[in-house]
Design a protein around this ligand. Sequence first.
Ligand code: SF4
Length: 347
Amino acid sequence: MHSEPAPFAQRLIVWQKRHGRHDLPWQQSRDPYRIWLSEIMLQQTQVATVLPYYQRFLERYPDLSTLAAASLNDVLEAWSGLGYYARGRNLHQAAQQVMQEFSGRFPSDPATIAELPGIGRSTAAAIAVFAFGARAAILDGNVKRILCRHAGIEGFPGLPAIEKKLWALAESRLPRQKVEAYTQGLMDLGSGVCMRHRPVCTDCPLSADCIAFVEGRQNDLPSPKPRSKLPERTATFVLITDGRAVLLKRRPPKGLWGGLLVPPEGNPETILGELGFVSEGVHALPELKHRFTHFQLTLRPVVCPLTVRPAGPDHASWHWQELGTLEQAALPTPVRRILRGGLASKK
Ligand code: SF4
């Protein structure tokens, strides 16, 4: 007979006690300054990298008032090597703010902590939990991943609607007691078991009712960032050829494909008429899509065969490119592809 799995939080707390981390230097303290410093350093950096920096920083700035009194330059120097210098700047500014606004006493209420520079809602909750034993939910990238997978939440977690849902879920799963072990458990699970790539579900205390695990969708959740829909443009490229060469035009040096050779673009009959050429016909080739950073281009190539190569056109920007030398020509990639597909066989 199957029994219901224990509540989410309870399983995580038991797991944390047995398998989680207990000997990190900031876990040995309830000093909000030390905990805050660790949380900021851990925001974009792995524990192993943070450890030596954390110790050195504390030797230099053992408490909040020393940090607040230091020059920004010295603080940034102590931060150097950790990257993301905005964190160091915000740390210094927040220390000064705590000295001025709270007489040097670090606030204990998560909402007040969240107003300090460089501290978001999740970091504020972590500080309040570890330093003051508050009951507050964290929701960093790791926790978002765990919740999306466990509850089978679809949609990119960076979207406001999904984030709102995740905050509500994170709060609803908070246990009444042992919030510290629970919060640390989420952090440990995210970094050591429910990793982005290849989560170790067989070691996970949440696997019994994890939707991603049960349905084998660990790679699909959380949903990736949607690719924004790019504006679309269409261009007809007219491949005028005598069977041995194709007529290309050099683009002006600035702008899209600056200085490169491309076939004339526009209505084939108009172009032929302007050049004074007579073609045997106009044959469409398969379309090709090309993605630029800011738009998507659909290239519609048409071939206009000529029986003989006429003299001209009489302008330096025009160029008859021998089909046998297409590979060496200065062509944009999609143009090279349409020429290869439509004409290279005729060389
Ligand atoms: S079972 Fe796997 S996917 Fe689900 S929470 Fe655990 S590690 Fe993550």
